[in-house]
Design a binder for this molecule. Sequence first.
Ligand SMILES: Nc1nc2c(ncn2[C@@H]2O[C@H](COP(=O)(O)OP(=O)(O)OP(=O)(O)O)[C@@H](O)[C@H]2O)c(=O)[nH]1
Ligand SMILES: [Mg+2]
Length: 205
Amino acid sequence: MGNLCIRGDEQTDTSGYRRRTEASSATLENDFHPQIKITLLGPSGVGKTSLATRFTKHTFVEGHEATRRGATFKRGVTVEDSKVKLVIWENPSSHMEERNISSYIQDSAAAIVVYDATSDLSLGAAKRWMKALLNADTEGLIIALVANKCEDLERCRQNVAEGKNVAQVLQVLFCDVSTKDDRGVDELFNDIIKKELLRRRSPLA
Ligand SMILES: Nc1nc2c(ncn2[C@@H]2O[C@H](COP(=O)(O)OP(=O)(O)OP(=O)(O)O)[C@@H](O)[C@H]2O)c(=O)[nH]1
Ligand SMILES: [Mg+2]
């Protein structure tokens, strides 16, 4: 899993690293710098809220309630001795249009395009979002394509393989996850944070 530590009530998980949950908002505001903003993109129902909620609140909700206004999710994370304030932003998918991509990714360090790996339609929509990203000014932006709902890997095999291929060709991150089973989610955010910290430390940043 790597060097991931979360501020709040301290717990030790099965991998032996100490983790904390629910840093108070005062602690989060005062002690966690720099801030890294991540924007979630993708069609309705693919699990964007679930991904953010799993990472920031360690919970999963079965029912689908569409995000109608923009939603933000925050968490303090310590990665490689940096105390990072992570802000995850979700736009309402009912209002999102690919041609407005530049306004969604403004100020973001990373954009995650999420798709439902059990649905071909959803993969098609994710490809359109990837295309929109490629046509926008994304210099310095970390891009990740994420296949969600991968509890049953055999069922998702084809759509995961296709997503992986798209990501490889476009040279972006790819991750298959299940927010329901809490699989792959910490790794995804950890990878993005590490990449962004490295970029900010670069003499060319
Ligand atoms: N089986 C399974 N279901 C999931 C998973 N993640 C999310 N879901 C379900 O998918 C539905 C939609 O999840 P949301 O997180 O609300 O999706 P969203 O992309 O935020 O949807 P909008 O806000 O409408 O754009 C809910 O019923 C979730 O319980 C997963 O990993 N596995
Ligand atoms: Mg949502």
